[in-house]
Design a protein around this ligand. Structure first.
Ligand code: SF4
Ligand code: SF4
Length: 203
């Protein structure tokens, strides 16, 4: 399994920190039937849908927990940065959208935002891009997000990219977006305090 410099207690602290925030001040899953937890009606996506844990994130999960099914995937079989050599954990929720909220993986907690490098070392948050079988209404309608959620998500990604492998992943994803011509919509940039279109209470 690929190694991480992020310690178990750091992952625990990150989970606790993100437990306190949500994209909206109410459950956004009510808007869409928790679309990002499922595959919609598209059965072709059933096998592919799931969550890759970040390097080392498995340390704070118990593989005997019955709400997740686990598999180990070779990084060579999927699109990962070249530095990711070995296996990564891929988890699927058995009873989505029901899950122990305090155990949701990081990818669930920071969606619909994604970390992105505009330039070397210049980390921003954007609306998540990528091919998925559902449409997130927050992204589609450009709904304003809770400021605490945005700031906490940024703090967490800023911390996570101290890990060389996670840094490589975020840099890789950023370059891939550019190559694919994906639309990159900025939500938060610490160097742009004027950027407030998608954050509550910043107009
Ligand atoms: S993040 Fe988007 S897709 Fe996921 S539950 Fe909230 S509104 Fe729905
Ligand atoms: S862990 Fe929870 S929030 Fe994340 S995909 Fe599974 S059911 Fe949805």
């Amino acid at each position: 399994m690929i190694k991480s410099i992020i310690r178990k207690d750091e992952y625990r602290a990150i989970y606790r920190f993100l437990d306190r925030v949500s994209p909206l001040d109410h459950d956004c899953g009510a808007m869409c039937g928790a679309a990002c937890c499922g595959t919609g009606d598209d059965r072709q996506w059933e096998e592919k849908m799931g969550i890759y844990l970040l390097p080392g994130e498995d340390k704070i999960h118990d593989r005997r927990d019955d709400w997740l099914s686990w598999s180990e995937e070779s990084t060579e079989d999927y699109v990962f940065p070249p530095s990711w050599k070995g296996k990564v954990f891929f988890v699927k929720c058995k009873d989505a959208p029901r899950c122990p909220r305090e155990k949701r993986p990081i990818q669930c907690r920071t969606f619909p935002l994604a970390p992105h490098f505009l330039d070397e070392g210049h980390l921003v948050l954007i609306w998540s891009t990528g091919s998925v079988p559902y449409e997130c209404p927050l992204i589609k309608e450009g709904v304003k997000l809770e400021r605490d959620f945005v700031r906490a998500t940024y703090t967490v990604w800023k911390h996570l990219v101290r890990d060389p492998l996670i840094l490589d992943l975020v840099e890789w994803d950023s370059i891939e977006r550019e190559k694919e011509g994906s639309e990159v919509i900025l939500v938060y940039d610490p160097l742009r305090p004027d950027l407030n279109e998608y954050i509550k209470g910043e107009d």
